[in-house]
Design a protein around this ligand. Structure first.
Ligand SMILES: Nc1ncnc2c1ncn2[C@@H]1O[C@H](COP(=O)(O)OP(=O)(O)OP(=O)(O)O)[C@@H](O)[C@H]1O
Length: 339
């Protein structure tokens, strides 16, 4: 391909983070310029990604990108990539021709979130509880949004390796007496409770309805924003309990992920919901559940947990990678298409 060696990309580079609900894009003109952020769009407003990119970006700028690096919610296999939780199917070969690109790389959205926490700016984080970052050690990102994304970041050979996975689908079980009252009313997926049945937008509703059912009440709230707003203002007991339990369960799963990766570099909460319920996550439940990992509670107290408050964290991770791909061990096999 003209102008690009195997592990670099020709500028201008279009970077994009395509979630189940929202898609965010930016243009990188060169390795030194700040990314030029474009207004976020709703995936549901466009039939295809080509239409979204053409109408919302390319028609509004004179810059013609030569490369695209996109992070998508879902596994990347083959030349057709259906987006988990959204209606689009990404066909990189079609993107090369219809958008006039030379190079397209597709990675997992939580790989991009992981890239963003290799060197996060202090002002983009809020620490929850104690512990401190041990430099150049593994990190984990968890993001409750449309689904529950999980990504690891491992440091070896002077390189940060993002580790994509489907960690949001681990089993989650009841522990306390109250959990055992609520659990029978939670809607399972094919007979089991996966983390993503609770720790995401629709999971908030699942949990809220189960709390109401356990209390013998009719649920009155219609969407996750209503539940979190009522919980934060403290004016509805079921909503308050829902978000308190949500914080506990998120702490449990975050602690499990920290143990798996030995994440002495920290656990980072990304995703739209973490920012929206930050005051609830700063209450004792999240951190207490995170540390409650006998026989490793002493270890857990040393591991810091953060909410990522950068509004476009995945894009900042993609920008860091696009500028200096050699610092990151991002696998491109089977995920890069060139004209
Ligand atoms: N105030 C709120 N409180 C809780 N949940 C909310 C709130 N507002 C929106 N949501 C839920 O957050 C989810 C969208 O999360 P996010 O903004 O992270 O989107 P996304 O990037 O498309 O998600 P993902 O990357 O997980 O696919 C939706 O399920 C939505 O119902």
């Amino acid at each position: 391909m003209p102008g690009a060696s195997d592990n670099s990309f020709s500028f201008p580079i279009l970077i994009g983070d395509i979630g189940g609900t929202n898609a965010r894009f930016a243009l990188l003109l060169d390795a030194f310029a700040e990314p030029k952020q474009l207004p976020p769009i709703k995936t549901g407003d466009f039939e295809t990604i080509e239409e979204a990119l053409q109408k919302s970006i390319l028609d509004k700028t004179s810059v013609q990108p030569r490369s695209a690096i996109l992070a998508v919610a879902g596994p990347i296999k083959g030349d057709e990539i259906p987006l988990t939780n959204a209606g689009w199917v990404i066909r990189p070969k079609d993107m090369l021709t219809s958008l006039g690109l030379e190079d397209v790389l597709i990675i997992n959205d939580f790989e991009a979130q992981a890239l963003a926490v290799a060197a996060p700016a202090a002002e983009d984080l809020v620490q929850i509880g104690g512990g401190s970052v041990r430099p150049l050690t593994s990190r984990v990102v968890l993001g409750p949004g449309t689904g529950l994304g999980v990504g690891g970041l491992v440091f070896a050979q002077h390189t940060w390796f993002p580790v994509p996975g489907e960690g949001g689908h681990v089993d989650i079980g009841p522990r306390t007496e109250r959990d055992f009252q609520i659990w029978p009313f939670l809607e399972p997926i094919e007979g089991r409770m996966a983390g993503e049945q609770i720790l995401c937008g629709r999971g908030i509703m699942n949990l809220y309805r189960a709390v109401c059912a356990a209390n013998g009440d009719e649920p009155v709230m219609k969407d996750p924003a209503e539940v979190t707003t009522s919980a934060l203002s403290g004016n509805d007991a079921a909503a308050v309990e829902t978000i308190s339990l949500f914080s506990t369960y998120l702490g449990r799963v975050a602690g499990d992920m920290a143990l798996i990766f030995m994440a002495r570099g920290g656990v980072f909460l990304a995703g739209g919901i973490s920012q929206k319920i930050l005051p609830a996550l700063q209450k004792p439940e999240f951190r207490a559940a995170f540390e409650d990992k006998a026989p490793h509670s002493a270890l857990m107290k040393t591991i810091p947990t953060f909410a990522v408050i950068h509004p476009m964290a995945a894009l900042s991770g993609l920008a860091a990678f696009a500028r200096t791909p050699r610092d990151f061990g991002v696998a491109t096999e089977g995920r890069r298409w060139r004209s």
